[in-house]
Unconditional design. Structure first.
Lengths: 324, 320
């Protein structure tokens, strides 16, 4: 399968102020490589501070990488000339976590959806209105001619997130970066948005990069899962492989931390990963997971950074337990 | 022993010209040492119910009625001043939703923990310092945390501090409103273990409010399912999680993505109703795919099953 997106050894470091004069380097993404095929959904799973959002922003060309390359449709996106950036944005769009703050409260649904069309000079007034109505129908918001006049505060969280999806979709992009699209939505309506994304994917042949902290959702709604920890992808594979045969101790712990609905849970303690994710300004040496790892190999894990190895066709891991 | 008996509790607000029936006649009992979870989607009145229990009423509240028996004493009969002096924080405490950022940024943790004890003039300096050291140990934080400021703590640590703050005056009942929803999954599991610890070691009763029914399974002895201001089903964890009877409970359970089965999660179409104008009859009927003709006309009776599970649904009429 040819790839639509290739990320090669991407590093994104920030400078953060510390004290009055000092500054400290934050390694948000620290050597990520990724290959995404046409029409695939790849889930980036990680906790806060894992660098998953930074990775998404870099692919949206909202951030400049420190080093490494992002190749979209055979073109390095960081070499795109300023005059061509608009063309790039026509093809790559984002859906964001918070449908309450990612929309202008003073704009009606019609204005929100009209804006991308106006910016990219698409169609005349009638054509645009037609396209807005179509986009609303595509995301199952009925009746479209009523919804179009509403303001964000008049809509529920789920409806708002569908407007967010329609806004991304209206330009018919090839790739959509969806950053925690359902985490602010009630558990009872999350699946609705995700089924909708899947339906739109097959209808318009869109590739999705689905950023989430919830590995259980990723299992049901993605073709590949990449697990990130402290700026690195620690394990990558198909959902079947990652869920049924997780090899990285962090992936194993993440899977154990998903609650089931068994009432017996209350009678036993949950297995937890001790400690908290490391500070990106001062990450541990060697494998960044080693201070929390139950299978820590003394002498190796704290000194040598593990490299990513391919175990079989769709399973990659960076862990000393599997490289040596 | 019955700790809390709530009867026909209602809390209504005005918003513009609308009367919002956020909590509309709910009743339940709670035993001492028990954890009761309140689950339901956002906008079902879970938070309003806990504010009603604490009598922390918003300014626009219009109707506040019913009975709250705490150890057989009806809290509704107490004046605001009496309730503040005897009950709130001393007997019933609360950890608010999204409170991680409500810690005072310019006060050290120890000052914030000590504040209620300083206000209560009966504590000596030594007693205060002993109590906060004890509290910080109870939530498994190192002592050095006391000298720090909130910005120096991670989200998980702040949540532990907030839990410690609710315990300062030794309450018998603590209401936890979505205490883990802002935390990462691995930290969430740690906090759940902490709550289990507190329950087992101190015998504190909790009301645990969450929209995630799978999280409720992790701690609750009993579960109450709330929809549109009413409790539609209540029973033991086993009853609600394994043998749910109300279509809403069944659908909530089906919406949880599971790792073990290949069964993809389902969803509940639509959203909870506008509480200023709830649907006639059963409030869930417009979203229910098992609705009968009677459901849109008459409010469902409350059916008490032999095992103690209580369900407000017309589907149970023949089966009972």
């Amino acid at each position: 399968m040819s790839s639509i997106l290739r990320v090669e050894d991407l590093k994104i470091y920030y400078k953060a102020r510390k004290g009055i004069f000092g500054s400290v380097q934050i390694k948000a993404v620290d050597g990520v490589s990724l290959n995404v095929g046409y029409g695939e959904t790849i889930a980036i799973v990680g906790e806060s501070g894992s660098g998953k959002t930074t990775l998404g922003k870099a692919i949206l060309k909202l951030l400049d990488p420190t080093s490494g390359r992002i190749i979209f449709d055979d073109q390095d996106i960081n070499l795109i000339r300023t005059s061509d950036v608009k063309k790039f944005r026509l093809q790559v769009q984002g859906v964001f976590q918070d449908p309450y703050s990612s929309m202008n409260a003073f704009m009606s649904v019609k204005q929100i959806l009209n804006e991308p069309l106006a910016i990219h000079n698409i169609g005349n007034k009638q054509e645009r209105e037609q396209r807005i109505l179509e986009a609303l129908t595509d995301v199952n918001l009925f009746p479209a001619d009523e919804i179009i006049q509403k303001y964000p505060h008049m809509l529920s969280g789920g409806q708002r997130q569908r407007i967010g999806l329609a806004r991304a979709l209206i330009l018919r992009p090839k790739l959509i970066i969806a950053d925690e699209p359902v985490s602010m939505i009630d558990a009872s309506s999350r699946a609705e948005i995700l089924y909708l994304m899947r339906e739109l994917q097959s209808k318009f042949n869109i590739t999705f990069l689905f950023i989430t902290h919830d590995i259980a959702t990723a299992r049901h709604f993605s073709d590949k899962i990449a697990v990130m920890y402290a700026g690195n992808i620690v394990e990558y594979g198909s959902p079947q492989t990652i869920i049924n045969n997780p090899l990285h101790p962090y992936t194993q712990a993440l899977i154990k931390s998903v609650p089931s609905t068994n009432p017996i849970n209350r009678l036993r303690m949950r297995e937890v990963i001790p400690g908290e994710p490391p500070s990106p300004s001062n990450p541990p040496t060697g494998c960044k997971f080693h201070p929390r790892c139950p299978s820590f190999i003394s002498g190796t894990c704290e000194s040598i950074e593990p490299i990513s190895v391919r175990l079989d066709n769709d399973h990659q891991i960076s862990c000393h337990l599997w490289t040596d | 022993m019955t700790l809390l008996k709530v009867q026909n509790l209602s809390l209504h607000y005005t918003s513009g010209s609308n009367n919002i029936r956020a909590v509309d006649g709910i009743s339940f009992n709670m035993e001492q040492g028990e954890v009761l979870s309140i689950v339901g989607e956002s906008g079902c009145g879970k938070t309003s119910m806990s504010l009603a229990l604490m009598r922390l009423l918003p300014r626009n509240s219009t109707g506040y009625s019913g009975h709250i028996f705490f150890h057989d004493e009806d809290l509704m009969k107490l004046s605001d001043e009496e309730l503040r002096k005897i009950i709130r924080w001393k007997k019933i405490a609360m950890v608010f939703q999204g409170a991680l950022n409500s810690l005072n940024p310019v006060m050290r943790i120890e000052q914030q923990l000590a504040e209620p004890l300083i206000l209560d003039a009966s504590y000596s300096r030594d007693a205060i310092s002993q109590r906060i050291t004890e509290l910080i140990g109870m939530v498994h934080l190192p002592n050095e945390i006391l000298r720090r400021y909130p910005h120096e703590l991670s989200g998980g640590m702040k949540q532990r501090v907030l839990i410690a703050m609710s315990l300062v005056l030794n309450p018998q009942l603590v209401i936890l409103d979505e205490p883990t929803s802002a935390l990462d999954v691995s930290i969430q599991a740690q906090i759940m273990n902490l709550l289990k610890d507190l329950k087992n070691n101190l015998g504190i009763s909790f009301i645990f409010i969450t929209h995630d029914i799978s999280l409720a399974s992790d701690i609750s002895d009993r579960v109450a399912v709330m929809y549109a201001g009413e409790i539609v089903e209540i029973g033991s964890s086993e009853q609600i999680l394994l043998k749910p009877k109300h279509p809403y409970t069944i659908k909530l359970l089906q919406s949880i993505p599971t790792l073990k089965s290949n069964e993809p999660p389902k969803f509940i179409p639509g959203s909870p109703p506008d509480l200023s104008n709830p649907p006639s009859g059963c409030r869930f009927h417009p979203r229910c795919d098992m609705a009968l003709a009677i459901c849109s006309k008459e409010n469902p009776q409350s059916f008490l099953l032999n095992n103690g599970q209580r369900v407000n649904c017309w589907l149970l009429k023949e089966n009972i």
